[in-house]
Design a protein around this ligand. Structure first.
Ligand code: NAD
Ligand code: TDX
Length: 362
């Protein structure tokens, strides 16, 4: 099996590549990543070494690298660069070969400050990937988000389903919605062999420290106070990154072409509840009413609640999430950031300096 994984040096993509190497010892993975600020070479470095030389701290991954012909190569390029993307996709000629398209600008706060890179990577980039898949008749899985559906009221019993209408709120979610629409049109008009997945909020190791959970964990590890937007009433539906990726692999092998699958693990929690759990687990919940974190300026247009109904994906594909205890998953994530300071420390200061330009303690 040969895979081209766009955005494979980012959070979900890098964890996906690691899962593929663990579960498919004979796979060959080409990561196509433009190595934006969100990428981290260290997430893949131990995999890129020549098989047999080992190098990985991850025992399972090391065993596979040593024992099989699995290879990971990193091509540093923009997926909107049609010439490079086309050359890599043209090499996918086997029956199980595919493109898994993770590449995107992914952070809502950045999209509010500077929307253009989102239009470029998320829409023009997806266009270039689609055109190459069309030209070479290559199977594509497009990774999208639940944010394309807009938000739900806090007291609404409803969840997003594959039939929910698109109603994006931010430049980020609007460009992801645009990309999804391109994929649907290329399936219908040109017969591109594609599937789409829309997943809820991911957490786990190797997530950039600009995002909610790793930002708070690394703030605490650094002796800074965690930052909660507004009151913290907003609800997110958390899923461990490995569960997202096991669903993507299931869709690749068993999904029906042209279909959209929703991925979620029934992990709805308010931001306040997640923040409180992190502070408790890390022992910083203070005394005398100090809960250990600051409330800061809210995000403009802040989506209230996301919630995924993944019944179809579970029932039709037989997929089940394995990491369903958020507190346990948070503890593992805290342990990972505590043990891997080299991975995040070089970018932490810059991220906090950027937040400091707009954030005000309430
Ligand atoms: P990330 O920002 O951590 O990683 C994105 C990667 O894409 C980076 O390595 C970056 O360098 C690369 N990239 C960006 N533009 C590129 C371009 N034009 N060409 C090549 N590479 C480019 O993001 P993530 O959290 O890993 O998200 C991956 C995908 O999953 C995105 O498509 C995102 O919309 C989707 N998604 C994310 C979540 C989440 O909670 N993080 C949830 C659902 C869906
Ligand atoms: O410091 C913070 N404090 C805070 O309260 C940050 C960074 C965020 N928040 C809040 C905003 C959100 O309600 O936490 C929640 C999660 O924020 P993010 O980690 O920025 O994620 P979100 O905006 O929900 O989007 C994420 O999930 C869907 C990913 O970043 C997207 O790529 C994905 O599509």
């Amino acid at each position: 099996m040969r895979l081209v994984v766009t955005g494979g040096a980012g959070f979900i993509g890098a964890n996906f590549v690691r899962t593929v190497i663990r579960e498919h010892p004979h796979a060959h993975v080409t990561v196509l990543d433009s190595m934006t600020y969100a990428a981290n070479r260290a997430s893949l470095e131990d995999l890129i070494k020549v098989p047999g030389e080992g190098g990985s701290d991850d025992d399972e991954v090391r065993a596979h690298l040593a024992g099989g012909p699995a290879r990971v190569e990193l091509v540093e390029a923009d997926c909107a660069d049609a010439a490079v993307t086309d050359r890599l996709i043209a090499e996918l000629t086997g029956p199980d070969d595919a493109v898994v398209h993770f590449a995107a600008e992914s952070h809502n706060d950045n999209s509010l400050a500077t929307p253009w890179p989102f239009v470029h990577s998320n829409i023009v980039g997806t266009y270039a990937v689609l055109e190459s898949c069309r030209r070479h008749d290559v199977r594509l899985h497009h990774v999208s988000t639940d944010e394309v559906y807009g938000d739900l009221q806090l007291d609404d019993p409803a969840k997003f389903t594959p039939a929910t209408a698109y109603k994006p709120s931010s430049p980020y979610s609007a460009t992801k919605a645009g990309a999804d629409m391109l994929v649907r049109a290329w399936v219908r008009s040109f017969g591109v062999r594609a599937t789409i997945s829309n997943c809820s909020n991911n957490y786990g190791p190797r997530q950039h420290v600009e995002k909610f959970i790793p930002r708070q964990i690394t703030n605490i590890l650094d002796g800074r106070r965690p930052r909660l937007y507004g009151s913290g009433a907003n609800v997110r539906d958390w899923i461990h990154v490995d569960d997202h990726n096991s669903a993507v692999l299931r869709i690749l092998s068993h999904g029906e072409l042209g279909r959209t699958y929703l991925i979620g693990a029934d992990g709805e929690h308010s931001n306040l509840a997640v923040m409180t759990a992190i502070c408790e687990l890390m022992g910083v919940a203070g005394s005398g009413g100090d809960r250990g974190f600051d409330h800061v300026t809210d995000r403009p247009g802040h989506d209230l609640r996301y919630a995924i109904d993944a019944t179809v994906t579970r029932e039709e594909l037989g997929w089940e999430p394995r990491h369903t205890d958020l507190r346990e998953g948070l503890q593992q994530t805290i342990d990972w950031y505590a043990a891997n300071r080299d991975w995040w420390e070089p970018v932490k200061e810059r991220v906090e300096a950027r937040y400091a330009q707009t954030e005000r303690v309430l």
